[in-house]
Design a protein around this ligand. Structure first.
Ligand SMILES: *[C@@H]1O[C@H](CO)[C@@H](O)[C@H](O)[C@H]1NC(C)=O
Ligand SMILES: *[C@@H]1O[C@H](CO)[C@@H](O)[C@H](O)[C@H]1NC(C)=O
Ligand SMILES: *[C@@H]1O[C@H](CO)[C@@H](O)[C@H](O)[C@H]1NC(C)=O
Ligand SMILES: *[C@@H]1O[C@H](CO)[C@@H](O)[C@H](O)[C@H]1NC(C)=O
Length: 213
């Protein structure tokens, strides 16, 4: 577990080293569903997300009715630009506000990603039976892990893999709509607003991915 946190930490410190003329696209505003699976086959979470592409805000609420093995329901509100996020517990109206150390997340391609390939899933020849994907990859500076993101022509994320030595994850998105259907989901609930930022224990790195480790 500590190793995984360390890897994500290194990943966050990655800076752009090459000037690729082929720049990654950025996902638009979106509403949809997302599943998170570990490569051991464990379903970590499934739920609805709302994403503000310009404001760099993400809400993810796990869907308790589905067969996940999460120890608790998950409700995350990430403010990537401000560098903070909330772990929300609507049931008892409690909220934890934390400092965000890593802005990497599976819905948006990092600016320093490398274009890997264009591929046609399903059939390119049969009308309506194929999906053209652009695949973007990046490696962690210590070369002990990497990610791979597949997006549609319009930059909608389809799936994202994170591979590290200690753990690997697959994020998939479904039923995406190209709009923010409920903007209120991207505002902190009233019971969160007054919350002070919680101290981060030494050695802990907070990021969207780390919530699933
Ligand atoms: C995305 O959503 C934000 C927040 O609602 C809005 O300000 C922005 O204009 C939207 N962008 C587009 C391209 O619709
Ligand atoms: C749920 O997690 C427990 C403990 O990690 C594990 O023993 C069990 O096999 C998991 N079940 C499923 C369905 O993934
Ligand atoms: C759970 O998922 C289903 C679709 O798979 C959706 O219709 C339903 O609204 C979801 N519930 C919540 C609370 O997200
Ligand atoms: C609210 O519920 C969560 C999860 O059950 C728990 O961890 C937390 O301590 C509770 N907070 C309050 C203020 O009761």
């Amino acid at each position: 577990m500590y190793a995984a946190l360390t890897l994500f930490f290194f990943m966050c410190l990655t800076t752009s080293t090459h000037a690729d003329h082929h720049q990654p696209c950025h996902a638009p505003n979106m509403t949809g569903f997302m599943s998170v699976m570990s490569m051991k086959g464990e379903m970590k979470a499934y739920g609805a997300f709302t994403y503000d592409s310009m404001g760099k805000k993400l809400r993810f609420r796990s869907n308790e009715s589905s067969a996940t093995n999460a120890s608790h329901s998950m409700d995350l509100l990430m403010f990537f630009e401000e560098g903070i996020f909330y772990e929300i517990e609507s049931k008892n109206q409690s909220c934890v506000k934390k400092k965000l150390h890593c802005s990497m997340h599976p819905l948006d391609i990092p600016d320093d990603a490398t274009f890997s390939t264009k591929e046609h899933s399903g059939s390119a020849a049969i009308e309506g039976e194929g999906l053209q994907l652009d695949v973007w990859t990046g490696s962690m500076p210590d070369k002990k892990g990497h990610y791979s993101m597949s997006v549609t022509k319009g930059c909608l994320p389809v799936f994202t893999f994170y591979f590290t030595e200690s753990t690997s994850f697959l994020f998939r998105t479904m039923e995406i709509e190209n709009e923010i259907k409920d903007p209120d989901l991207l505002a902190a609930p009233s019971f969160c607003v007054e919350q002070p930022v919680e101290d981060t224990p030494e050695g802990t790195v907070n990021g969207f991915l780390n919530e699933f480790v």
